[in-house]
Ligand binder design. Sequence first.
Ligand SMILES: [Fe+2]
Ligand SMILES: [Fe+2]
Length: 238
Amino acid sequence: MADTKKEPKSTALVSDIPFPTAESYGKDPAAIPGTDILKDTVPLNDAYDFVKMKKRLAKKLDPKRYEHSMGVAYTAAALAMAYGEDMIKAYTAGVLHDCAKCLNDEERDECCKKYDVELTQIERDHPFLIHAKLGAVLAKEKYGVEDPEILSAIRWHTTGRPDMTMLEAIIFSADFIEPNRKPLICLPKIRSIIFSDIDMALCLILEQTLVHLEHKGQAIDEYSMQAAEYYRKKINER
Ligand SMILES: [Fe+2]
Ligand SMILES: [Fe+2]
């Protein structure tokens, strides 16, 4: 099992959770012994108004980017189920992770100015990197998401960073493996291990990303390099 930063919220075994019986139907689940695991579980649409959020997002992204975002959202929710992470936070971060991706140069620069987004040299040289930082800002300002864990997962989804939180790791990797991604040689392997070993999957994704950027002669963000080193070391020290 992956060595994750955040412990699963519940250690209950599936066999410990009672299945509903005829008598339990209609009762408050909290009154049934052993069902405290359900207390934090609310349906997705009770947490945020996703209909409104997606309508707004669909106007800001091109159709392919919108479909990709939905793919990331559902993949992230599935990974959250596997790792005991908050499914709603994962889904929300997935929906919004690329919300700043389709801005044109002028809109992007205007937004950065308006919200005082500080840019590094590599972000100025490779403006596509800015959408992660700016996406976190717009998720808050335009979509009303205040949760710092969700905003941080959006912030780090492109480069990754060393010692990511589970939610950051989930969004970073869901972005890479979601079903709409065009097939890469490494994808089947990563998809096959990620639900049981997310650290190994992160290591493979980061290494693959570095190789790809190197091959294309593109600059590599410092955080991606540090992240690759961090997860390589973590795997080697097992
Ligand atoms: Fe992105
Ligand atoms: Fe993406």
